[in-house]
Every structure is written in C-alpha cells, then in structure tokens.
Design a protein around this ligand. Structure first.
Ligand code: HAM
Length: 421
C-alpha cells in the first residue's frame, strides 16, 4: 500500500510561504539574543526518560500523560523531549563550572502527545532561554524584559504578561496544606473528576486545570502567596518593582501556578488575544533542578513558535512579505540555449545577484509569468539573436522599458539596483 502523503496527526510540514516567516522569527531572535550575551545550545531531541522525570516532576501532566516515551533497540527507556529546559540542565550538569552562570538559548522541535487542535500540536517548536545563577529579582526581571523585547521585535503587540510566585522551596508544604484545607471545604462544588483526585494527591494542580468550570472556581480561591513566607512575597514585589522601572507592563496573576514542578519564586505566562483557547504564547519562571548530582538554579522561558505565527497572521502579517524577490529572472527564447542560460545564471549568482530561471524549456509566455509571480524587478532575456551579437535584453518590469546590454554591463547594472543584502 502506498504511504499517505501526510505527516502524523498533530505534526506539520512548514513550507513556503509560511516558512519565510519562521526564518524571519529565527533570525530576529538570534539578533536579539546577541544583545543579551547569550550563546546557543543544541541538545538532542531524544534523551533518557529520567532526564524529564527528574527535572519536570513525575506527577506533572507532561510526564504522566504527554510524553513520547519508549524503549529503544537497546532496551533503554528514552523519550522525545517535551520541552527544552531539562535537556539544557542535563547538558550543564556535565559542563563543570560553566554550568553555574551560563546564559543560553535554544530553538527546536518539542513533542507532546496531546489532543491536537489549533495552536496545540504534537510536534511543535520552542525558542527558549535559560539564564543560570542564584535567585535574584534582577535576573528574573531581566529575563522577562528580554522576552518582551523579543516579542516586540517580532512585531507582536496585544499580549499580556501574567506574573506570580511559586514561593521558596520551603513554602511548598504550607501552600499545599493551605490549599488542601480550602479545597476540602469546597469539595461539593462543580469540580471535574481529575480535580477531585488532585485535591488529595497534588492540590496545586487544581489551579492548573484547563476546564472552564474549574478555572472559574479556582479564581475564587485565596492567592497562593497568602500561604508563603514574607521573603517570597518580597521577592515577587521586588521583581514587579524592577519591571515597572524598566517600563515593562505586567499583571499580577495570584492563582497562576504553571504545569511543571521545577519552579520556585517568579513564574509567568504571556497570553495573546488572537490565540483563542490555546492562548499561552509563552511560559517561564525561576527553577531549581537536581541533575547529575548537581543543583542547578536559573530562570528561563520558552515561546511556542506555532502560536507566535498564529498570532502574527491573526494580526495581518503576510508570511510571503519575508521572502525577498530575486533581483532578476532569466528568460530564454529559443532552443539549444540551455548551456548559455545556465552559465549566465551562474555568473550572476556568483556575483551575489539573486536570479531565478526556468531551464526546463517552457515557452516565453510561461517564463514571463513565472518572473511576474516571483516579483522579480528585472527580466534578462537571452535569445538566438542576442547570443549571436554577444548581448542580452534587460527589461525593467515596473516600467516596461528594455535595452540591450553586454554581459559585463548587466552585472554592474543589476548590482547597482539590487537591494543590499
Ligand atoms: P510550557 O509552558 O510548557 O513551558 O511551554 C512553553 C510554550 O510552548 C507554551 O506557552 C506554548 O506556547 C508552547 N507549547 C506548549 N505545548 C504546546 C503544544 N502542544 N503545541 C504548541 N505549542 C505548545 C516550558 O516548556 C518550559 N520549559 C519553559 C521554561 C523554560 N521555564 C523555564 N525555562
């Protein structure tokens, strides 16, 4: 049976013109990251399962329900990465002293076996940042400001930054107990079955439920910080003060909890109104992760690229506008000119002039249509007569003017008109 020409459900090809927008997002991100003294890290998409279990927490939905985990041919338990932080920590745990204050970014595919819908894919892409170092409000504020800077450089506005705290590691028990007691008193309300189970096993997760009804009920609970130490609340206040000083507008989100267990202190999520149900563009926070016998501390975030593309196209951005047209389009009139056309196209390209050409022997009309579609400002016409006289015809597609030019002049004229690369 012939294979279906489709990717697996929840996974997509990214092709032109959309891929042009992706390339723009990636190059802009690299430029912004260079302003913040970040290095790129590329970790494997496949890791030992325990890397994720240990870093994200065994009880999280991502680890329990969403991972592509399997045994490889050697009987090792491995998983496709559902996010980037765990692999980066695995890398840094083995990187000696460098690990303690690394400033890294990554870009790549992640995998979660979720029910696909708009903005929720099984293979999706994240760009992420991890700034290693001990807990300091200034580091958290820098990380949030960097992320907002990047979103603005991408041309996004209309997003909201929701900030909260997970408290100090020592606060976790008090929060869990406090939440459990208020939930116990409200057990009779319309919570989903999952939430009823979470009330006993992991009450914090009740705040993270995606069900509308549970969200509405959770909004009536006291802020989680009410069970935290004064130091944790002051830490958050200082982050908010620093952000205000930087002119970064954020909203306090007293019941935001985030779905991963490695967080402590500042956590945040960025939503966008153009996204509908899956409205989180990005999430991040400060974390402490035990890996390879080391305790790694840092702050970071990851942005979902598919969601950024959805938000930007929702705002009217045209992906094709990020594909620069070729400077010239070579049109060949007459048979037996392939070798000459190929040589001319190569000469132009080797001089840095982007040149499209259709060398498959189509008629002139079809070739002119192709030049038009490609939005090439110039057409270079090569026919028998021109060949015999050692010239080509150069046509300005905007004005319709055309003139005969010698090949050397052609390069000079096209270089003068080409937008600087
Ligand atoms: P996260 O909130 O799980 O955080 O994911 C970050 C972003 O990835 C989400 O806000 C969303 O835009 C995108 N995303 C997640 N799942 C999907 C999906 N199934 N389809 C499409 N997009 C998706 C993390 O992954 C943390 N590692 C962030 C972090 C880095 N925290 C500290 N450092």
């Amino acid at each position: 049976m012939a294979a279906e020409p489709l990717p697996l459900q929840g996974m997509s090809d990214v092709a032109a013109p959309e891929v042009c927008l992706w390339q723009h997002l990636e190059s802009t991100a690299r430029r912004v990251f260079s302003l913040y003294d970040l290095d790129e890290v590329r970790t494997p998409v496949l890791e030992r399962l325990e890397v994720f279990q240990r870093a994200l927490g065994e009880a999280t939905d991502v680890v329990q329900k969403e991972m592509y985990a399997f045994e490889d041919r050697g009987g090792r338990r491995v998983a496709l990465r559902p996010e980037g932080t765990a692999g980066v920590m695995r890398h840094l745990a083995g990187a000696g002293d460098r690990g303690a204050d690394a400033r890294l970014y990554y870009w790549g595919p992640m995998f979660r076996a979720e029910r696909p819908q708009a903005g929720r894919r099984r293979q999706f892409h994240q760009v992420g940042v991890e700034l290693l170092g001990p807990a300091r409000p200034a580091a958290d504020a820098e990380c949030i400001a960097l992320q907002v800077h990047l979103l603005r450089e991408w041309g996004l506005d209309g997003f909201s930054v929701h900030v909260n705290t997970r408290g100090e590691p020592g606060d976790q028990l008090a929060v869990s107990r406090g939440l459990q007691s208020v939930l116990e008193a409200r057990r009779g309300e319309a919570w989903c079955d999952d939430c009823r189970r979470r009330m006993d096993a992991n009450p914090l997760r009740v705040l993270d439920c995606k069900q509308e009804a549970c969200r509405a009920l959770a909004d009536q609970l006291p802020p989680v910080s009410s069970w935290m130490s004064a130091a944790a609340r002051e830490y958050l206040d200082e982050v908010l003060r620093l952000l205000e000083g930087l002119g970064v507008r954020v909203a306090a989100a007293p019941r935001l909890i985030r779905g991963l267990d490695y967080y402590q202190h500042t956590i945040w999520e960025i939503t966008h109104s153009a996204l509908g149900a899956q409205d989180a563009l990005s999430g991040g926070g400060r974390y402490g992760i035990q890996m390879g016998g080391r305790q790694l501390e840092g702050v970071g975030f990851a942005i979902g690229i598919e969601r950024v593309v959805l938000a930007l196209t929702g705002l009217g951005v045209q992906p094709e506008s990020f594909r620069p047209p070729p400077t010239a389009w070579l049109v060949t009139a007459g048979r037996g000119l392939e070798a000459d056309a190929l040589a001319l196209a190569q000469t132009l390209r080797s001089r840095g002039i982007a040149c499209g050409a259709n060398l498959s022997g189509r008629n002139i009309k079809a070739q002119m249509r192709a030049a038009d579609r490609a939005r090439a400002p110039w057409v270079v016409l090569l026919g028998e007569t021109e060949k015999s006289r050692g010239v080509v015809v150069l046509k300005n597609m905007a004005t319709g003017e055309q003139a005969e030019v010698a090949p050397d002049d052609l390069v000079v004229r096209l270089l003068a008109s080409a937008p600087s690369a």
